[in-house]
Write a protein that binds this ligand. Sequence first.
Ligand code: ASP
Length: 591
Amino acid sequence: MQHNFHDMYRSHNCGELRSSHINNTVTLAGWVQKVRDKGFVVWIDLRDRYGITQLIFDEERTSKSILEQAQKLGREFVIQVEGTVIERASKNPNIETGDIEILVSKLTVLNEAILPPFTIENQTDGGAELRMKYRYLDIRRDPVKNNLIFRHKVAQEVRNYLSKQGFIEVETPYLIKSTPEGARDFVVPSRMNPGQFYALPQSPQTFKQLLMVGGMDKYFQIVKCFRDEDLRADRQPEFTQIDCEMAFVEQEDVLNAFEGLTRHLLKVINDVTVDKFPRMTFDEAIKRYGNDKPDIRFGMEFGELNAVSQHKDFNVFNSAELVVGIAVPGGNSFTRKEIDKLTDWIKRPQIGALGMVYCRCNEDGTFKSSVDKFYDQEDLSKWAELTGANKGDLICVLSGDTNKVRSQLSALRMELADRLGLRDPKVFAPLWVIDFPLLEWDEETERYHAMHHPFTSPKPGQLEMLDTDPGSVKANAYDLVLNGNEIGGGSIRIHDKETQSLMFDHLGFTKEEAKAQFGFLMNAFEYGAPPHGGIAFGLDRLVAILGGQETIRDFIAFPKNNSGRDVMIDAPSPVDNEQLSELSLKLNLKA
Ligand code: ASP
């Protein structure tokens, strides 16, 4: 990268000098990564964002006082040097500046540094928590720094692409009223309105809809969202969305627009060309993969075996709602011990299967199952047919309650794919999952919840079914799935007051509650709301996947740890009583 520095500190950066610069006089500034002191000669690796340049000080060509100064430098000192670019005696092909070094004639220490708590090099000795605490030091290392630069590039491409398509980036407020997206709100007390609170947005959902009422037509925003959820691995309480909305659109328009964005990103960021994205209904995804975000880079599709497994005396299967299996490619090579371990794995409480039946598909075309007592070769050949098993595969079969068994088998499918190396991070398989249910039954509250959010419209003609069979009403809702991850989701919205009000009824809001919480939106709908819909992408996850990784924390400059803490600034933390009383708040902590 070529940079023209006209500033006081440097003429070039640490990544740009080549043999073409030999004999030039240059000034560089940066951090001391390494000092190699041979007494009569000292080499220093000088680092900045752009790279590393080697400095040389020696008895013959450098003044004694400068050589001595160099010998006193410690790791991570910030220095400025002036010198001549010379050819290196032994070149280093591993770095871009490896042909040259700087014979230093002037050295200025800009700032000293105490010993860093871990080595600031590509390979570091620092553990994850320590590096989080000193994130500013970790950011000096290539792996972290490059991820941030990568994220910038993706965000820049998103802005360019959407702007070219006529989308306008509009900022919406962070201090708002609660917007339900299925999580708890973070709340902010209002000093000037004692006893009243703002909520931080779980998403700008209602605002972007109001922008459509306002005639903005196409909106996007790269925006922070806040959800106070119980933390699962690799979830952040604050995260970034690419939030979008369009007016005068049907589902097809939204899918096409954002398939375009995704295709553009895959092309410019990963140099991958993808044809039209396949589409699958929610019901089909659940039936074929046990999951609404299937990884379709590999097969192992579910084969339902009720018809070919409930005709014998095996009670476990006979009493099950669903008997379902997958064929593990090459799985017949698993030893008995390995299969037992796999069975233990799915019996762990996190997965909760009661057991696993398996069937080996031998190379000679015969089968050997763990339930040979009940099933003959003809039965087993039907299992193979329905799961798509070939010679040399292993069929794994689970049974029980339909929903549970599907999610257990889905977990097993993903685990096996990981173990068998079938989830290649360089292969990208996007997929639209469409026709989500509008409502979802919640066991805990014994109520229907909006599966996406309460502003999502039901499929045309299905509104009446809300009274008779609410669970089977489908929504104009869609998710974009990439390699087994949901990277985006959205819907066509309700845009008339009556339907919106009916939705709130069905979600168990009283008229008063609905008015108090969403009156502003329903009022706006009375002033000519256009048909509209949109989508939001999770930027953190999208960036991680495009970067060939799955840990979003690695792509966030200052992430929170798994307990939602920022260990660098030590937040959250108590506030003093004075601050609390100013906010008219009193702590009521139970011991
Ligand atoms: N607000 C939704 C979400 O954050 C996205 C959308 O419906 O556009 O998931």
